[in-house]
Design a protein around this ligand. Structure first.
Ligand code: BTN
Length: 241
């Protein structure tokens, strides 16, 4: 595995890797104590508080490009289940938010940059490691939770970062078909009513399954349809899940 690059502060670890992806090797990983302009999915900002692990891993020409983001979610689940054996159930809110007891403990933002024939995928991972409940209330994220809150255990961010970087590389080398059953069994939206957000458009449906291409299969009065993680975000009809 490559050495991990530790920074005190940067705008966003994704942006830091993006600027350097031509010269860095496959699997390069950077983590920062603070991000001054951390980014989330769909143009949201992502606050990097103390107690959060912010890291990004560079993948060069990963297999099964469309499902990388799903496999990164699985990699984070693998690491949590290994390092926090007291946490009984770790789920994925499609496509890749990692969920424990209805709380989001990790968000993932994958972005790609093409240079010549090489597609560089930057996998940005934000893990809530040790914040307390009052932090999530204060910043208006009632669905957020940290691994410490949900397990009682506090591990050093460095250990989590090293394990996640290694597992991301492992899952990235697999095909989605090899991860499909595990992924499907983790997706917590299946069987729930959801709202699919595409830009300002909202569509209400029921999530019924995950397809072999990683899309979420939904159903409404017009029939079954697939939604693709690049296009949409999914919410529960009563809130986050
Ligand atoms: C989301 O759930 O909206 C995705 C959040 C991704 C946050 C991480 S923190 C490390 C990396 N750098 C960023 O600017 N974003 C990702």
């Amino acid at each position: 595995m490559n050495e991990i690059i530790f920074l005190n502060e940067t705008s966003s670890t994704n942006d830091w890797l993006k600027k350097r992806c031509a010269e860095l090797p496959d699997g390069a990983c950077v983590t920062a104590e603070r991000q001054t302009a951390g980014r989330g999915r769909r143009g949201h900002s992502w606050e990097t508080a103390e107690g959060m692990l912010a890291m990004s891993v560079l993948l060069k020409n990963p297999r099964d490009l469309d499902t990388v983001t799903a496999r990164i979610g699985l990699a984070v689940c693998d690491v949590i289940s290994k390092l926090y054996p007291r946490i009984p159930e770790i789920g994925i809110k499609w496509p890749n938010d990692v969920i424990i007891e209805n709380h989001k403990v990790c968000g993932i933002l994958c972005e790609s940059v093409k240079i010549g024939d090489c597609v560089n995928v930057i996998c940005g991972i934000g893990v809530n490691v040790s914040q307390n409940d009052d932090y999530f209330q204060r910043v208006g994220l009632p669905n957020g939770g940290s691994l410490k809150m949900l397990s009682g255990a506090e591990l050093p961010k460095k250990i989590l970062c090293e394990n996640i970087a290694e597992r991301v590389i492992f899952r990235a080398a697999m095909l989605f078909s090899e991860c499909y059953d595990e992924y499907r069994s983790r997706v917590v939206n299946i069987g729930r009513e959801v709202i699919i957000l595409r830009g300002s458009d909202k569509r209400r449906a029921r999530a019924v399954d995950v397809a072999e291409n990683g899309c979420l299969i939904c159903e409404d009065e017009r029939g079954r349809f697939e939604v693709n993680s690049g296009e949409v975000s999914v919410r529960g009809t009563e809130g986050y899940l």
